[in-house]
Write a protein that binds this ligand. Sequence first.
Ligand code: AMP
Length: 382
Amino acid sequence: MALGSSCHIKRFAKQTRSTLHPDQSEQTRPHPESAGVGHGTRHRNIRRKTPSAGPEPLGFYFPLTQNNFEAFGFAEPLVRALDQCGYQVPTPIQASSLRPQPDGRDLLALAETGSGKTAAFLLPILQDFAASGIQPGPREVLALVLAPTRELALQIDQEVASLTRNLHTIRRSVVLGGVSKGPQINALKRGLHILVATPGRLLDHVSERHADLRPVRTFVLDEADRMFDMGFIRDIRKIASMLSHKRRTAMFSATMPAEIRTLANELLNDPFRVDLSPKQVVVDRIDQKMMIVPAAQKQGRLHKLLQDVSWSRVIVFTRTKRGADRVTDRLTMAGIGAVAIHGNKAQNARQRALKDFSLGHVRVLVATDIAARGIDVSDVTH
Ligand code: AMP
């Protein structure tokens, strides 16, 4: 998906079909504690939830519950936006989590980028705004979404823009590091329905009293495991401590290491749990191959692979930022269009690189894992 447009239909039609059990066309009542997706025999990680006082494993009993959006009773401007986006069938994460959230339940979801999780947390927030007609006062933030990277924050903001296209009174903004503070301050001062932010820059604004987080009604923590990898957990605890206890919280994570379980236990109140196994998604949609190549031959082998024209949109991951630059330079010298993104690049250079790649102006995007996390580009061939 090009950064900036948020409406993608085809691959979800495919994913939903492949993940749903044929019997799931009828509405099924979810277990009060947990929901899952998929068909028991195909999922290895189905576990019975065992009663315990401490952090519990994510477990799920019952399959998907909805195969269309009508059943959720969204306000007309949202229904229209879904239609304009071409979202006809809820993705598994949406189908299983869109009912408990408007009922006020906290959510803990094991799901990664590409699952449709952004709409899964945005739709209940926007439905709340549409139904209540609530307006934020100056500096007030009513819904806060935290994301680990600038790219992900911008992508989420674009999805907000898409879904609020018919809700003209909704004020939204995005606050992230690496760009000037002035326009962010102006937006915060007016008050916002929905703010998407990276943690460090948000804390700067709060300490300078540009934003008041006490009115936050819904708090979303996206890619919690990546937040942990990037050292944001302290910032998150600090931000959470500024919020009202009456808020609703939704936490998304691709993996569930012990630290994230502990954080979930601290921040969430009796959450509804959804376990969308990322492994299942990968197996369904990606063919994986491994080549063992001596380090000195890796670049040459890459160039050879790229002689195949069917490798038309390729992402290369490197471990280090310097490695990303080196691979990119060598590809460019060999006449292969390549751009790099990593944390040392300025925000506008990263966005330009992503745009060039998603528009097909360059064939290869070379990225460090962290910089690439959460990037959503369609039609990647390799
Ligand atoms: P996400 O996992 O939130 O990053 O979403 C990945 C992509 O799926 C985005 O491009 C969304 O616009 C798209 N998407 C989300 N929900 C749906 C849906 N129900 N049907 C089709 N596309 C969707």
